[in-house]
Ligand binder design. Sequence first.
Ligand code: TMP
Length: 222
Amino acid sequence: MSPALHRHPRFISLEGGEGAGKSTAINAIREALHARGHEVVLTREPGGTPLAERIRALILTPDEEVAAEPLSAEAELLLVFAARAQHVRQVIQPALRRGCYVLSDRFTDSSYAYQGGGRGLEPEWIADLERRAVGLLPGLTLLLDVDVAVGRARANGRDLWPDRIESEQDDFFQRVRAVFRQRAAQDPARFRLIDASQDQAGVAASVVAAIDAWLAQEHPRD
Ligand code: TMP
């Protein structure tokens, strides 16, 4: 029998395409949780531990020698999961056990969207890795959704040197967005779809409203 996936109500992930405004949203969520008396561990993927951050650099910003070697989609998937396996065991699970909220800038949904949708790898393989190497699902996932052209225009204004994935073409990001939206539609109990075409203040207000509703649902007496 394959291992099970457990949802944790204090584990929150934030997902979205390029230029969706994740940084502003993360800060707004962290402040909202703090203001309501909760301890928050803020982390990100790929990354979150020293080893996982090295893997992140190999994937996104390799040096010249590594960049000269094409990275296969299969190796990319296994690298993001190697990073995640470390991150879950070293950071996320210990923080949840201490009673903290964990807010992760991206988690496994990004692998379904980027390596599944973008690179065309089989979702069944990703699901198997998720069960065996991760075993954990966020209780709440906020998906910042924005038209690909709008998101890219924002990201281009900011990134002087796009990383390996940011350098992909629009059709790649259309597939990424489609998978995110499909996953959100299939699991409405976990996902909240946030309209990220709004300005930053609007996105921040929407994510904080979603967090408040989640806290009220999970801890009605707090
Ligand atoms: P970001 O921190 O700016 O969002 O960059 C992380 C990049 O890594 C982004 O392009 C999405 C990509 N990524 C994957 O391709 N697969 C994954 O599983 C994760 C977590 C991120």
